[in-house]
Design a protein around this ligand. Structure first.
Ligand code: DX5
Ligand code: ZN
Length: 461
């Protein structure tokens, strides 16, 4: 079955408007199904009143699948079940901890059968347990319910924090009830959803993470996370770790690589970049996972290319500003070599040359090696667009940099300029090398396409 986000509208300011807004949420491939979760309370089982059951009808009229969570002492006696059925709910969940649980569950089963027989209506029965209830208590009822709702907060209020030991309970539940819908409810957000998602939970009740924020943007973040966690780990993990120095003592030693290949991540970025705003990428550009930061930068590159092709220059600046506010996370050469040419590079192309020089120097003259590298490799785009003197002006003051990461990057830029005007580069290298021996790495890349005559003229000058 498709995984679902069951949106708890308990704390929505205006429920009908919120439901209408949710209806406009554009689904993308491999998304969560969006259900609506109705937290109904009687002030006795929990000391809160919850929401009016009538909103089930509103949601049904909008075409939503509806999931009613009865936190009430007498679901039958106080007519909550009757009303929920009357309004058309698809799921009714009762709490194991109510006094006459067995009787109510049996009655629900006969209602379910009756509905199916008389109007072919598929009602699902849910059973919910509070944080302190042992999930094994439900074993003896296992053929009487369809959905197990595991509370990851004490029922009664939205906006509480996820109780992390719920994840052990989820693992046990997943083993005990392989054919049931396992649902988790309370404090679920982008951070806390990752473990239950990996434990194969089917449905996630999410309230304040959506009702107290930009619901559609946060829904997107949740769907992107689900999409990314489903991606194959098809990279060459150990090889890539060495390449990126994600090894003890290496410059990437504190990073975490999942091993999703670059082509797979580029494809993922193509799937999502059109639907997102830059804020959607915040959790990904700052992720502990190197792969997710790559995803964010690939999305940003695609967004810049889209804006550049439409001459929407002011919007390119927004992406560069977003990049700058997250530049500390662009902390390895594969990330800088994507961000430099494809984000900063196109920005430089979209502004006048003197402003471009001012902007690129902010990066090139930064002491942080990765920020410096972003500035240098952004010149690749300038060189490819014949801004040759611009590139030489910037590079010539950094050709004796001690760091091989910079020497290599400058070598690439000079090689790119050489392709357009070989004499400029031969003369530059001759001059510079005669004054002080240039770094071998820089020379090897800059002279890569040169004839042996050109190379010797530089060396012997
Ligand atoms: C709490 C309810 C939950 C709650 C979820 O008693 O059952 O559905 O509203 O809200 P958040 O996601 O904010 O914890
Ligand atoms: Zn609930």
């Amino acid at each position: 079955m498709q995984k679902s986000i069951s949106i708890s509208i308990l704390d929505a300011k205006n429920i009908p408007n919120f439901l209408e807004e949710l209806k406009t949420y554009k689904k993308n491939e491999d998304c969560f199904e969006n259900w609506i979760h109705f937290d109904v309370m009687d002030g006795k089982f929990v000391n809160n009143t919850g929401i009016d059951l009538k909103y089930i009808k509103t949601a049904k009229n909008l075409g939503f699948y509806t999931d009613t969570h009865l936190m009430v002492e007498k679901p039958l006696g106080d007519k909550y079940i009757d009303k929920a059925i009357e309004y058309g709910t698809d799921i009714i969940t009762i709490h194991y901890e109510i006094s006459n649980f067995n009787a109510v569950l049996n009655r629900l089963i006969s209602i379910k059968k009756e509905l199916y027989k008389t109007c072919n209506r598929e009602l699902k029965i849910g059973v919910s347990i509070k944080p302190n209830t042992d999930v094994k208590e439900l074993k003896k009822y296992s053929d009487m319910f369809d959905l197990l709702l595991i509370m990851s907060v004490e029922p009664g209020y939205g906006g509480q924090s996820y109780i992390y030991n719920t994840n052990e309970k989820i693992s046990i539940a997943r083993r005990l009830f392989k054919d049931k819908i396992i649902q988790v409810d309370g404090g679920v957000n982008l951070e806390t959803i990752e473990t239950p998602l990996s434990l194969n939970v089917d449905s996630f009740v999410v309230g304040s993470y959506l009702t107290k924020n930009d619901a559609k943007d946060n829904l997107l973040k949740l769907n992107i996370l689900k999409y990314l966690t489903n991606l194959p780990k098809d990279g060459n993990l150990e090889f890539d770790k060495k390449l990126l120095m994600i090894v003890p003592g290496g410059y990437g030693e504190n990073d975490t690589l999942l091993g999703i290949s670059v082509p797979t991540m580029r494809k993922a970025a193509r799937v999502w970049y059109k639907d997102i705003n830059l804020t959607t990428l915040t959790p990904y550009i700052s992720s502990i996972y190197h792969d997710y930061r790559r995803f964010a930068i690939f999305c940003m590159s695609n967004i810049v290319k889209k804006y550049y092709s439409k001459n929407e220059d002011n919007k390119i600046k927004d992406v560069v500003d977003f990049m700058c506010s997250n530049v500390s996370y662009i902390n390895n050469w594969d990330l800088t070599d994507e961000a430099g040419p494809n984000i900063l590079g196109f920005y430089l192309m979209s502004i006048n040359i003197s402003k471009a020089k001012e902007e690129v120097l902010k990066f090139v003259e930064n002491d942080n090696i990765w920020i410096k590298r972003i500035g240098i490799v952004s010149l690749l785009t300038m060189a490819r667009n014949n801004k040759l003197n611009f590139c030489i002006d910037i590079c010539k003051n950094h050709m004796y940099n001690e760091n091989h990461l910079i020497q290599k990057a400058i070598g690439w830029v000079l090689r790119e300029v050489y392709k357009k005007d070989s004499k400029k580069i031969v003369d530059l290298l001759k001059d510079k090398n005669s004054k002080k021996k240039l770094p071998t790495i820089l020379l090897s890349y800059a002279c890569e396409r040169m004839s042996s005559i050109e190379k010797n003229s530089i060396k012997n000058n």
